[in-house]
Design a protein around this ligand. Structure first.
Ligand code: BEZ
Length: 225
């Protein structure tokens, strides 16, 4: 028997951590079968779970993501949902989403009725519910590693504008070696990552920056969209 480790859950399953490769899987979706890593295909990706089909909060969330799809596209991010019900239920539910939210599903929804993928990703938290997933969000980079994970309870709908904001921050870090301060919004000043020395910073930011402390160097947001 393996000893429990700090990143094990109550069942002794190893939990997914930032920097880990997002597990690959095959799935049936509303847009046909996929293999996850092939589907990501060098893009950024968001995988997010829903406790159950035909539930009110999930219905509003899927409508919200359909409405925001152009914003994910603009950032080169593919989105994919997951719910623990079979494909025919997803297809019937899609009609309700279009009717009540004014936005039809425009991204794939995984049918995980055997909870294989939910278990693989640790989306079921048995002390919250044995059968329903929590509201998990995974942001995955083009290198297929996990960049962000969020867990919300079933009763709280997620703020997808916040997820877009985090993606903007992650992409700025990947492209420009900057980090973003508390409550940062697009266009506001950012922080030069501590691992970048002043010599390299001068090359990257020739217009200069403001040093509040040697470890706190503020610079205008580079490469504004
Ligand atoms: C909902 O999506 O509305 C929901 C799902 C499971 C538990 C509570 C709410």
């Amino acid at each position: 028997m393996r000893c429990a480790d700090a990143n094990d859950d109550a069942e002794g399953e190893t939990m997914l951590q930032l920097g880990d490769t997002a597990p690959d899987f095959e799935a049936q979706t509303t847009e046909g079968p996929i293999r996850f890593h092939e589907w990501i295909e060098g893009s950024w990706a968001v995988l997010f779970s829903h406790p159950k089909d035909f539930t009110p909060v999930c219905t509003t969330e899927l409508g919200a993501v359909a409405r925001l799809k152009p914003e994910f596209d603009r950032r080169g991010v593919k989105v994919i949902g997951l719910s623990v019900d079979p494909l025919p239920d997803h297809k019937a539910w899609a009609g309700d989403i279009a009717e009540t939210q004014g936005h039809a599903l425009n991204f794939p929804l995984i049918a995980d009725s055997d909870r294989r993928i939910s278990d693989l990703y640790g989306m079921i938290h048995p002390n919250a519910s044995d059968t329903l997933t929590v509201r998990s969000v995974y942001v995955i980079g083009p290198d297929k590693t996990l960049k962000l994970s969020l867990t919300y309870p079933a009763s709280t709908g997620r703020n997808f504008a916040e997820i877009l904001r985090v993606i903007d921050s992650l992409q700025l870090t990947a492209e420009h070696s900057v980090a973003t301060p508390a409550d940062w919004r697009q266009g506001e000043d950012v922080i030069i990552v501590p691992s970048l020395g002043d010599d390299e910073a001068r090359r990257r930011f020739p217009d200069g920056w403001k040093t509040l402390k040697p470890y706190l160097r503020i610079v205008s947001q580079p490469g504004r969209r």
